[in-house]
Design a protein around this ligand. Structure first.
Ligand code: N01
Length: 533
């Protein structure tokens, strides 16, 4: 590329999802540009437009806090907003704060190289742009890179194949179709009941059954909304003091302090609470005490047995191989009820795995299934996937993928040693989906922006972290992980959802308050673990 085409800016933000958009707003006093792969804003809520896509945290919480007028003027139609409302909100924010003028849409970052002599990043996009900047903020999202199933024969299939995270904007018509659906995680559980209503036949290919509780979604009550609007500032502050940056209630008593009848009552109330996740927050020790966890598992299994009429199907839907909450608890609407329909068939692909796509459908080790449409809701190469799909070269020609070959290393989830002036939001070993992501993302953006502002004030041009700091952060991440039951479930939390992926615990399960305190303490302690020049 010729030098005339080089554009010099202060900061490049990668991604116009909720964190990237806020970073753009927060850092607008700098010359800042945002590069976005999609044609619109919203990140996760732009890409995941499959039927039934909906947030599982109340929208009054899962929304921006940075502008009082914005939170007063916006009205959410439902407690748990659907994808179109979340995308509408993202577009409203982009317009209201004039963000679009600084976003380059349909312009994914292809590669980045750090020039050690200049202390500048050179960023190259798929459209052929070359930007030179002092800082890069990667707001690339934890659940961005779809995990495509590995089976051969994809091209042979005569029907249509979709991944839920790349859903066509015009939608899909299922009427009169035989649909094969692979994946029974949060996504599949939301999409399938709606598809089952339209399709002629729905075949659900299940490898591991999921725990799921009803969402309790409903139109947002006016009084409830008013109460939130009257108390937003205080509640937003309280949210930051909770484990998940969310005001979902968690009691302080153990299940062992209750009688069997009391436990059953508490779990029954949790199930009916209309508040997501209440089941794993019913007692203080559901995620730390295996015996308590098993009590909650059995309660949830009994719910499945009471809903699903065919006992064999019900048993196949009961998870037995991991603790409840070890993977993200799914929140659904009519998921188990769906199996009582005559047009839904559950196929056990743990027993007889899928081996190939064929011209007419899918073949498992046991049978051939003829299908018109195949949907893969097979999750994501989570946390590291988006960053690793960019060719990133730091100091001494070291590539990020090489550095992360055995798993991602970071300091505070924010920076990687040898990759100066590059910050991540919701990076590896941050609380990610364990904390409400808009609020925790805003917090991380503010922390990062303060660091950058401080660099400018002090006339510094390069910030890095030490390998010792990365090691001490890895110890902290492992130490808190050892205290919970998350390690006992194979999921995107610990990289075990992708065959051969290395790295262990990808997220920080020590809670948002501890995470934010440690981040603040490092700065207050004279930038402990950082090097600045
Ligand atoms: O992905 P997942 P997801 N053969 O990884 C199966 C957030 N989210 O998109 O469990 C057969 O959870 C896989 O089986 P197994 C939320 O944080 C939030 O559903 O690996 N099956 C599993 O059943 C969530 O945790 C919301 O055995 C295969 C499924 O595909 C995260 O996104 C809504 C397979 C993948 O489940 C990811 O959820 C949606 C194979 N080869 C998502 N490979 C809300 O806010 C994979 N599977 C409500």
């Amino acid at each position: 590329m010729s030098s005339e085409n080089v554009e010099n800016v202060d900061i490049v933000i990668i991604g116009a999802g909720f964190s990237g958009m806020y970073a753009l707003h927060r850092l607008r006093n700098h010359n800042v540009v945002c590069l976005e792969a999609g044609e619109g804003v919203g990140g996760t809520w732009y890409w995941n437009r499959y039927p039934g896509a909906r947030v599982d945290i109340e929208s009054v919480e899962y929304s921006y806090s940075f502008d009082e007028e914005l939170q007063q003027e916006w009205s959410w139609p439902e407690y748990f907003s659907a994808q179109p409302d979340l995308e509408r909100y993202a577009n409203h924010v982009a317009d209201r704060f004039n963000l679009r003028e600084r976003i380059r849409f349909s312009n994914p970052v292809k590669s980045m190289r750090f020039n050690q002599d200049e202390n500048l990043w050179h960023v190259y996009t798929a459209q052929g742009n070359h930007l030179v900047c002092r800082y890069v903020i990667a707001a690339t999202g934890s659940l961005t890179a779809p995990n495509m199933p590995p089976w051969p024969g994809r091209e042979a299939f005569k029907g249509d194949i979709y991944h839920t995270a790349r859903w066509p904007a015009e939608g899909v018509d299922f009427s009169g179709k035989r649909v094969g659906f692979i994946g029974t995680g949060s996504t599949g559980i939301q999409a399938m009941p709606i598809i089952a209503e339209q399709a002629e036949e729905l075949y659900v290919f299940q490898r591991t059954p999921a725990f799921c509780m009803p969402s309790g979604n409903r139109p947002l009550d006016e009084e409830y909304e008013r109460d939130w609007k009257d108390n937003y500032q205080e509640r937003r502050r309280q949210m930051l003091d909770t484990y998940g940056a969310s005001l979902i209630k968690q009691p302080e008593f153990s299940a062992h302090e209750c009688t069997a009848e009391q436990r059953e009552d508490i779990l029954e109330q949790a199930w009916k609470s209309q508040s997501a996740f209440q089941l794993i927050l019913a007692f203080s020790d559901v995620m730390t005490d295996p015996e308590v966890n098993e009590m909650v598992c059995e309660f949830a299994r009994n719910k499945i047995r009471s809903i699903v009429k065919d006992p064999e199907v019900a048993e196949l839907l009961c998870p037995t191989s991991y603790p409840i909450g070890g993977k993200r608890l799914c929140i659904g609407n009519g998921y188990f009820e769906m199996y009582n329909r005559g047009n839904v068939t559950l196929v056990d692909v743990k027993k007889a795995p899928i081996i190939e796509f064929t011209e007419t459908g899918l073949r498992t080790e046991a049978a051939q299934y003829d299908l018109d449409i195949i949907i893969t809701a097979t999750g994501f190469d989570a946390v590291t996937g988006a960053m690793e799909r960019i060719d990133i070269e730091g100091c001494n020609n070291r590539k990020l993928v090489e550095k992360w070959a055995d798993g991602p290393t970071t300091y505070l989830g924010a920076m990687v040693s040898g990759f100066p002036n590059l910050f991540m939001i919701h990076g590896p070993s941050t609380p990610a989906a364990q904390a409400q992501m808009i609020t925790s993302g805003e917090w991380q953006v503010n922390w990062t922006a303060d660091i950058i502002d401080n660099m400018e004030q002090e006339g510094l041009s390069r910030i890095d972290v030490t390998e010792e700091a990365e090691q001490s952060w890895a110890q902290e991440v492992n130490m808190v992980s050892e205290q919970t039951l998350h390690k006992l479930a194979d999921s995107w939390y610990n990289a075990k959802n992708i065959e051969g992926k290395k790295g262990g615990m990808m997220i920080y399960v020590g809670g948002f308050p501890r995470f934010s305190e440690l981040c603040e303490a490092a700065i207050a302690d004279g930038y402990k673990g950082f090097t600045r020049e």
